[in-house]
Design a protein around this ligand. Structure first.
Ligand SMILES: [Zn+2]
Length: 141
């Protein structure tokens, strides 16, 4: 845990995301699944985004095993925000979890030049403050 964490953090989780952040604090990676169309949904929301569904009240929380693949990524070398300056270069990636949802995160503990689309990754939790844990990913295996 870094006491001097200086990057942006969520300050006011919304009605839909508060439960997600609470679970993250317990190192559980939640997503939602629609009981009407079975779509895996992330980020958390109130109604299913399925174009042939769009039903309100059908999303239920599920817990991911945290295994997935690099769906896409970029290596950030020019920080858009000075609070990230001392962390470049770093890998900003779109991760596709085995359960069928995608989330943006970082792939760490690897030379950014070694990252490839399709690599298998596993979530780990970065406890950035006493109250906030962020899901990040390492190459599996
Ligand atoms: Zn649906």
């Amino acid at each position: 845990m870094t006491k001097e964490y200086d990057k942006p953090l969520v300050e006011n989780p919304t009605y839909n995301s508060a439960e997600w952040w609470a679970a993250a604090g317990e190192h559980r990676l939640l997503y939602q699944r629609c009981t009407n169309c079975n779509r895996a949904v992330f980020p958390p929301r109130g109604s299913c985004p399925g174009p042939d569904c769009l039903v309100y009240g059908t999303l239920q929380w599920s817990e991911s095993h945290g295994a997935g693949r690099v769906f896409s990524y970029t290596v950030v070398r020019q920080p858009a925000d000075q609070r990230f300056a001392r962390h470049v270069p770093y890998v900003f990636a779109l991760i596709e979890l085995d359960e069928g949802f995608r989330l943006f995160s970082n792939v760490t503990d690897i030379d950014p030049a070694e990252v490839r689309i399709g690599q298998s990754v596993q979530v780990y939790w970065d406890d950035v403050t006493a109250d906030v844990s962020l899901p990040k990913f390492r190459i599996r295996g």
